[in-house]
Design a protein. Structure first.
Length: 367
């Protein structure tokens, strides 16, 4: 076109010759990077269970390492000897618990499904009568609704599924136990081996970040363990006082559900309300009031005192993380969603330059 600068034919050919290889090389690099990302995504997806079990083993290793180190400093005995003592004591404690409380626990677990079904049927009839004869709740089966709700989370409902889940849980427990013991025996070797895959100038920062993450998870686990124990103990005493059947199993389930912030109290309350509803609606209401009081104390008194130095996560982030991990990875993903979110806070703070020690008053403008 008139007015536009033009290059001589020789210069045009030279520019085209120079740009063509660069464009082809860049396209090849982009294609290779895309293939690598897709392959890594597939590898992570197919090994998701192993990765989550490894993370559970790391959580156990943090507990074992902290306990053995504290005992070693207290007794001046080598830490590895204390680690062996802690591991053996933990294994013997589980065996003793299964030997003494196993028959009672098995019997109560067998009764749990029957009592939940009876309670769901009773509450369904009460809801239908409460609706003054309307058809709002007549065709509602709470037990079927519970089964449909639990299935997406990987919670077994049938007898065969229960057997497979028990076997899978036992196998996963052994994997987590051995992984945790071996990792706790020499964690520094594994951590230094992991950072060798990073550039040399980033290794010190990565080491510091890993140790900081481990310390944060240790404090979070200690606080969560205390909260779970208090919830289980208070629930057991309250259910015994109200005369609710199979109180031990219900309190144990409520304490274990306390590992899940926000969603855990709801999951833990459903079985005890249904079991109490099998006796009477009034008893179910009393159980609901009891559990609300316990959760109020746990949420506003115990947790702020226990977890004040651990980690503070926004509730919406925690709930969304639990829903996503539960839907994608099942029950194990739901259980590990919160510690994974807690562990991610350390690299995120470093990435965005957030200082956790800075208080909220520092962000407020001066008057």
């Amino acid at each position: 076109m008139p007015g536009e600068p033009t290059l001589p034919d020789s210069e045009t050919d030279l520019a085209t010759t120079r740009l063509a290889p660069m464009t082809a090389a860049r396209a090849a690099r982009i294609t290779a990077a895309a293939i690598a990302v897709i392959a890594m995504a597939f590898a992570l997806w197919y090994s998701r269970t192993a990765i989550l079990l490894a993370f559970a083993g790391i959580l156990l290793a943090i507990v074992l390492y902290g306990a053995s180190r504290a005992l070693s400093e207290l007794t001046n005995i080598p830490r590895l000897a204390m680690l062996a003592l802690v591991a053996v004591s933990l294994a013997l404690g589980l065996v003793l618990l299964a030997w003494t409380a196993g028959p009672t626990l098995t019997q109560q677990i067998a009764q749990l499904a029957q009592r939940i079904a009876a309670g769901a049927s009773t509450l369904t009839k009460e809801l239908a009568s409460f609706a003054e004869g309307t058809s709002l709740f007549e065709n509602v089966d709470l037990f079927q609704l519970l089964g449909k709700f639990m299935s997406p989370w990987g919670i077994a409902t049938g007898a065969t599924s229960v057997a497979l889940s028990v076997f899978g849980l036992f196998s996963a427990g052994l994997i987590v136990m051995f992984f945790g013991v071996y990792f706790a025996a020499d964690p520094h070797t594994y951590i230094r081996f992991a950072v060798r895959f990073l550039p040399a100038e980033r290794r010190d920062e990565a080491l510091q970040m890993m140790y900081e993450t481990g310390d944060l998870l240790r404090r979070w686990l200690i606080g969560q363990g205390i909260s779970m124990s208090l919830i289980g103990g208070f629930t057991y005493v309250g259910l015994l006082f109200l005369g609710v059947p199979i109180a031990f199993v219900l309190a144990l389930f409520a304490g274990l559900a306390g590992f899940l912030p926000y969603l855990g109290p709801i999951i833990g309350a459903v079985p005890m309300i249904l079991v109490a509803g099998g006796q009477s609606v009034d008893l179910a209401l009393w159980v609901l009031a009891l559990y609300c009081c316990i959760q109020f104390l746990e949420s506003y008194i115990m947790t702020p005192l226990i977890q004040s130095r651990a980690v503070s996560l926004p509730p919406a982030v925690v709930i969304l993380n639990q829903l996503v991990f539960g839907a994608v990875f099942g029950l194990i993903g739901l259980a590990l969603a919160t510690p994974l979110a807690a562990a991610s806070t350390v690299p995120l703070r470093r990435m965005f330059g957030i200082d956790e020690r800075a208080g909220s008053d520092d962000d407020e403008p001066d008057a």
